[in-house]
Design a protein. Structure first.
Lengths: 110, 110
């Protein structure tokens, strides 16, 4: 599975969009970009995933660059409850293993 | 929320004692996983199962064994606990793609 690089931490004002970047320059053609988050002391929670087209669900949007070497997770209206560690993971679809890096600590502030 | 429970939720034990952690699911998902999480590290895969009696090693499997005799239960055993196995252990399940995580077990080995 390709390696990902994320900023260590980010701050966002409540109500504003949170844009979390991820670099995955060695991604292969059959690898998807997944995002999970982990709120303090809880188990990780799936957010979204995509291959090359932009994806949107009730939680977030995922924007993948045309060359697929980077992506951005967008939380459109961040709330205090979105404060968490966000993990960007690359793997083949339906692959068994998730390889978690250190993730990005997102702090949403009022 | 996916029906995943872990037991016990907290345990304190002494070095050299055997410990078994249980993950129970009510979703009938095929895949089950055990991860550990330590400060400074993301989640790391210990073992996983892709069916009853079918298991495989993850990246940090030394000192751990697993068993899955029923679809709903996945047991993680530390045959002789060491202080380096003090950690938070998460169980996860999946059928197709998204992994659902349990609430975690905090294990302390003195």
């Amino acid at each position: 599975d390709a390696k990902t690089t994320q900023p260590t931490s980010m701050d966002c004002a409540e109500g504003r969009a949170a844009n979390l970047p991820c670099n995955h320059s060695t991604i292969s053609g059959n690898e998807y970009v997944y995002w999970y988050r982990q709120i303090h002391s809880q188990g990780p929670q799936y957010i979204i995933h995509g291959l090359k087209n932009n994806e949107t669900n009730e939680m977030a949007s995922l924007i993948i660059t045309e060359d697929r070497k980077s992506s951005t997770l967008i939380l459109p209206h961040a709330t205090l409850r979105d404060t968490a560690v966000y993990y960007c993971i690359v793997r083949v679809e339906y692959g068994n293993k998730l390889v978690f890096g250190a993730g990005t600590i997102l702090r949403v502030k009022s | 929320d996916a029906g995943i429970t872990q037991s016990p939720r907290h345990k304190v034990t002494e070095t050299g004692t055997p410990v078994t952690l249980r993950c129970h699911q009510t979703e009938n998902h095929r895949y089950m996983y055990w991860y550990r999480q330590d400060p400074g590290h993301g989640l790391r895969l210990i073992h996983y199962s892709y069916g009853v009696k079918d298991t495989d090693k993850g990246e940090v499997s030394d000192g751990y064994s697993v068993s899955r005799s029923k679809t709903e239960d996945f047991l993680l055993t530390l045959e002789s606990a060491t202080s380096s196995q003090t950690s938070v252990y998460f169980c996860a399940i999946s059928e197709f793609d998204e992994q659902f995580f349990g609430p975690g077990t905090r294990l302390t080995v003195l």
